[in-house]
Design a protein around this ligand. Structure first.
Ligand code: 2P0
Length: 360
């Protein structure tokens, strides 16, 4: 499975009139960031992420056979109610994946979706949402092609999710997921995410991610636009090279449990991501003053206590606070005492490493 052609559905031997499936898929947080892409969501550099456990999208798909009139036919419900605003994104997704799922126009779909995290919390639901929908589409394809292997099922789900939103391909399977060709990671691919299967040191088991909601407003610049600004970016080639090096380094770190080295790479990646935004043309800043307050407070706390807590950032102002399970109590006390004042309405979400999509 190393070419797009391998993902064109074949052997659709069964006839399915109607049915339903339901999957949850989690959000993920990148350690080495994806920022910059080629056509069809092919990443400009490889990335690696922790899969989250509790921040997820739950999507139910009903399907009923219909006359193929050359159009896609679907209703979209968000928390049980029709949501017209989400439909164009789904329409675009279906158009992108149609070549690989030629059966889609033969069905009417009802897509009923909800998130476990608060709506417009500034946590992107595109990764978990596109992954959950892709799992459901693969459940239908598996019903049409009962001989499909489990390996193909998950790979194609990740492949489809990628076409919906790049980072969504890292939300399908595994606790640590690599997406993008990397010389040191066998089986890694630009087409889909793969589970990081090397041994992971116990320092990282049940690793904690507390998400501090600094700003829940609409971002001024979407990720899609941000990715695009890496074309002709003056530092692009250096950055893509650095991501390869950082992925090699983090691969060793995940094996040897060196938390000091982990912190250096993860924080540098977060700041580099935002540095790319600040040095794009046009340039933009997604961090807020409170993002920097939190970063400085984390550095001071770490310096004073030697507790291995660090931050990372997504394409937004929120801060992900990452730390090992054995320092949970002291870090939560620090967060509650010193960081919540920087959060919008004092809001935060306690999450941790999870394992991927779940069939409900
Ligand atoms: C990541 N981000 O690796 C990076 C770091 C945000 C910061 O991938 O245009 O929603 O749908 O492929 O996946 C967010 O961008 O962008 C993202 P598209 P996506 O997680």
């Amino acid at each position: 499975m190393n070419s797009e052609k391998d993902f064109i559905a074949k052997s659709l031997t069964a006839t399915i009139e109607n049915g339903s499936s339901e999957w949850s898929a989690p959000s993920n947080i990148a350690l080495v960031k994806y920022w910059g892409k080629k056509q069809h969501q092919i990443p400009a550099n490889p990335s690696i992420s922790f899969t989250l456990r509790d921040c997820k999208t739950i999507t139910k798909l009903n399907f009923a056979k219909r006359e193929n009139d050359g159009n896609f036919s679907f209703d979209l419900l968000f928390e049980g109610k029709p949501k017209e605003d989400f439909k164009p994104k789904i329409q675009k997704f279906l158009e992108r994946i149609e070549a690989y799922c030629p059966y889609l126009k033969e069905y009417h779909f009802t897509i009923d979706t909800e998130n476990t995290f608060p709506h417009s919390s500034g946590i992107a639901s595109s990764a978990s949402g596109m992954a959950a929908l892709s799992m459901n589409i693969m459940s239908l394809e598996k019903a049409l092609n009962p001989s499909m292997s489990e390996d193909y099922f998950y790979r194609k789900a990740s492949f489809l999710a990628r076409l919906g939103s790049g980072s969504a391909c890292r939300s399908v399977k595994g606790s640590v997921v690599v997406w993008g060709n990397h010389a040191g990671i066998e089986g890694s691919s630009d087409l889909f995410g793969v589970e990081f299967t090397s041994e992971i040191h116990r320092n990282f088991s049940n690793y904690q991610d507390t998400i501090l909601l600094v700003d829940k407003g609409e971002k001024q610049v979407s990720s899609t636009v941000g990715h695009d600004l890496m074309h002709n970016h003056p530092f692009a080639e250096q950055r893509f090279g650095q991501a390869h090096q950082n992925l090699s380094a983090i691969k060793s770190i995940l094996g040897n449990g060196d938390l000091e080295a982990f912190i250096k790479i993860v924080e540098s990646e977060a700041l580099t991501l935002h540095a790319m935004m600040m040095t794009s043309m046009p340039y933009f800043i997604l961090m807020k003053p409170n993002t920097l307050e939190i970063i400085n407070a984390i550095w001071k706390f770490r310096n004073d206590t030697k507790i291995p807590v660090c931050f990372t950032l997504d394409a937004g102002a929120n801060v992900h606070v990452l730390y090992p399970e054995n320092v949970r109590e002291s870090v939560l006390q620090f967060i509650k005492g010193e960081l919540l004042g920087y959060c919008q309405n004092g809001q935060y979400i306690c999450d941790r490493i999870g394992t991927g999509a779940i069939n409900i």
